[in-house]
Design a binder for this molecule. Sequence first.
Ligand code: UDP
Ligand code: MG
Length: 309
Amino acid sequence: MPQSVAIIIPCHNESENVPLIYQALMKTFQTDLTQLQPQIWYVNDGSTDDTLAQVQHLQDSDAQVHYIDLSRSFGKEAAMYAGLVTAKADYYAVMDADLQDPPAMLPDMYAALQEGYDMAGAQRTDRSGEAPVRSFFSNLFYKFINRVSQTQIVPGARDFRLMTRQVVDAIVHMTERNRFSKGLFSWVGFKTKYLPYQNIERQHGETSWSFTGLLRYAIDGIIDFSDAPLTFVSMIGIISFLGAFAALIFIVIRAALYGDPTAGWPSMVSIFLMIGGIQLFALGIVGRYIGRIYIETKQRPIFIARKIK
Ligand code: UDP
Ligand code: MG
């Protein structure tokens, strides 16, 4: 009995890519990876085009095709989670629908698992075809998060990976609602091998990520995996307190020695504003963490499926 592999593909408006990725996967499994029995799990993340119809069409002719139709768009992270909890297989792969993750890498990933690794992931080695500003900010993000967080995130690592059942069990046990997968994949540990590859352009459709969306994703990632921003604001608090204390001593002594001519209202107002600003900034950062606690304590489901087939 061959071992099975569940391929989880989150899809948000990917109607043209659905059949293409299917063909690409079939080719790989019929030629280079015949030792594994594939189950292809499309997770329809609230698409507004005919993605679901395309998937159902494939399913009519191939029993290896399955789908989870989410009740609305829950985001890629939730869609991946939905696939990982629902599918039952010996191995699991996660990949994008847009063919940016080449199925031809799966045999090498499988070979890495045979060598004794628990997880094999794809790592982008170049960022050609990407706007320079974007690359700049991504590099900045990786440097920053790896400095402030215990969980190391490999630069350029994609979500595209092949994992053993054991790794997936660990991942689905992390039931947090704020799912920053790059961090979760790293947090669970295990032996991971990164296979380098050249970036490939998206086939059809458009990326669902805007620049502000990516920025929010980066900030969320930092907040989910580090409390350094909290330490940072308490440092600012301590420094401004010490500064103010030194200034106070100076003013008291000066008033005792030279009297107290009333002056310096403009500087006073500036100081008030600055302190007020620092306080609001600190409150804002603390607020982000409290917001996280609020969302997590509600214990809402990570995804809701309309249909699983
Ligand atoms: N995706 C999703 N839900 C979303 C956004 C994206 O399921 O809210 C899917 C999308 O269909 C694709 C994958 O996640 O299969 C990666 O998305 P995209 O190509 O837009 O991201 P990029 O490759 O630009 O990082
Ligand atoms: Mg893409």
